[in-house]
Design a protein around this ligand. Structure first.
Ligand SMILES: CC(C)(COP(=O)(O)OP(=O)(O)OC[C@H]1O[C@@H](n2cnc3c(N)ncnc32)[C@H](O)[C@@H]1OP(=O)(O)O)[C@@H](O)C(=O)NCCC(=O)NCCS
Length: 156
């Protein structure tokens, strides 16, 4: 299956919101996605498209701050398309764009109980870098901060 990764546009919002709603207990609003798209600057958004019908099957939003830090703010894959390497494709794209800018690491937060996502990030090479107490709502829960360093020395 050839998946295409491209920049997100406002036309994608309905498809993305449908995936968001079934993926999270406290989903982002459509407005939140729109503001990430409209406020150009340090926010970047990409989608994965299925080859047939060009249907949006996943997305990832991230910030590149001052060209020295990349922070992933949201990623989800349509449940029917999970475990097919599409999440990894999106993260690889974020990593590539970061490396192209000479950025040394990517960070993100994950819900402590989100074992699927934690397995996913672990497999990709992210390591625990801290905790944010009570960061999430519905239900209130801690976030684990994860970081991937691109340099050889990733022992931190
Ligand atoms: C987390 C998520 C984005 C992963 O996307 P995906 O496309 O299914 O992941 P991939 O197919 O690229 O997985 C790559 C590897 O990660 C690991 N992995 C992924 N999902 C896993 C799961 N549910 N359980 C255990 N390991 C998992 C596996 O090692 C997998 O390789 P394999 O399938 O060859 O064993 C997806 O499960 C999702 O959308 N979850 C809901 C939203 C979410 O929790 N987002 C993260 C918020 S921080």
């Amino acid at each position: 299956m050839t998946i295409r990764i491209r920049r997100m546009t406002l036309k994608d919002i309905d498809a993305i919101f449908a995936i968001e709603r079934v993926s999270f207990s406290d989903p982002w609003s459509k407005r939140a996605f729109m503001s990430e798209l409209v406020e150009r600057g340090f926010n970047f958004s990409i989608v994965a498209e299925a080859p047939k019908g060009r249907k949006v099957i996943g997305y990832c939003l991230f910030w590149i701050i001052e060209d020295d830090e990349t922070h992933i703010t949201n990623i989800a894959i349509n449940p029917e398309f999970r475990r097919q390497g599409i999440g990894k494709l999106l993260i690889d794209e974020v990593i590539q764009r970061s490396r192209d800018k000479g950025i040394p690491s990517v960070t993100l937060e994950v819900r402590e109980s989100n074992t699927a996502a934690r397995e996913f990030y672990d497999r990709l090479g992210f390591a625990e870098a801290g905790r944010r107490k009570g960061y999430y709502r519905k239900p209130v829960e801690d976030a684990i901060i994860l970081r991937m360093m691109f340099e050889e020395d990733s022992s931190e």
